[in-house]
Design a protein around this ligand. Sequence first.
Ligand code: PNS
Length: 172
Amino acid sequence: MEKSRIAIYPGSFDPLTNGHVDVIQRALEIFDKVIVAILHNPAKKSLFTTGERVGMIRESFNGNDCLLVDSFDGLTVDYAKTKNAVAIIRGMRAISDFENEFQMALMNRKLYKDVQSVFLMTGLRWIFTSSSIIKEAAEFGGDISDMVPEPVKFKLMEKFPKLKTTIETVEK
Ligand code: PNS
């Protein structure tokens, strides 16, 4: 029997954006299984709890057996080992992502040489999206509804009353 090729896609996902969804869909075309792995880091201030983030991603990919959602703490490479992953997926947007990603990939390779970093480019329309810019716009009522999956939109509306007002006004 052929071994299934597993990739992990680690990140904060606070929250999942359509840019992440685009990367996940591309990764699913290459690997048999993709595990979205949310870093559980209580020291880092986040908008959503790890549980909420897991829930939103599961809801957004409901019914896709090739996609698993999990959380981890510690080193990404240690988590990759426990899952027998052959690759660590990272999304690449603009050139500004490159330096940090390059450094992280080299450190990951030094720590564990048997897992490859694979960079996937998001579709052009998501080049400027990020969880942080979406949170900032949403907090002040900016309509971000076409930049995140529906389950994330509803959770953001719960957190930010101004966003709820904007979206409800547009939908009237
Ligand atoms: O979505 P993010 O915040 O850009 O994701 C960063 C993440 C979680 C992939 C990175 O911080 C990470 O891998 N953290 C776990 C600790 C680790 O392994 N660091 C890299 C080598 S020192």
